[in-house]
Design a protein around this ligand. Sequence first.
Ligand code: FMN
Length: 162
Amino acid sequence: MHGRTRAQGYGGEADWEVIDAVARAVKVPVIGNGDITCGADLVKRKTQTAVSGVMIGRAAMQNPWIFREAKHFLKTGKVLPELLVEERWELVLRHCKLAVESRRNGDERQTLTAMRSRLMAYCKGFPGAKELRQKLCQVSSISQVEDLAAFSMGKVGVYEFQ
Ligand SMILES: Cc1cc2nc3c(=O)[nH]c(=O)nc-3n(C[C@H](O)[C@H](O)[C@H](O)COP(=O)(O)O)c2cc1C
């Protein structure tokens, strides 16, 4: 269950009191969602409401590492140290390769084109993010993303877009 009306769209904050009231009123397990962006949000909602579980939506689209962080926070109450940029790129490239292999969006060019906005979101906070975003909105192959990753990690001095 999501704590906003259809008319609200994504405006304002999700109403977790309503989610809690529903979770208490019905006999089936209720999974709540809305505005969970970190492990602390997740623990707050799990402990302060009657939900059986929570879901994470938009936050994962920008930060797919959120599940690892949230699980760790749930278990230990501590925030994990930030992932290295190398580890982040590893996952970004893995996502690209799996997406191309799946052929769900067509060939490599079509797949990377479809992934541009996702890649731009993943790179928020990366070194040289502004320039990266400008390049990522033009990528059409995995090797271009690999070159940009190398550039971003300081492995090549100047990146010339092919
Ligand atoms: C790209 C995207 C697609 C979604 N598709 C659906 C959908 O098909 N059905 C649905 O019930 N909710 C859908 N949602 C809403 C989410 O399930 C969730 O209720 C909402 O994003 C609130 O959670 P959040 O604040 O963690 O993002 C979608 C959300 C996003 C961002």
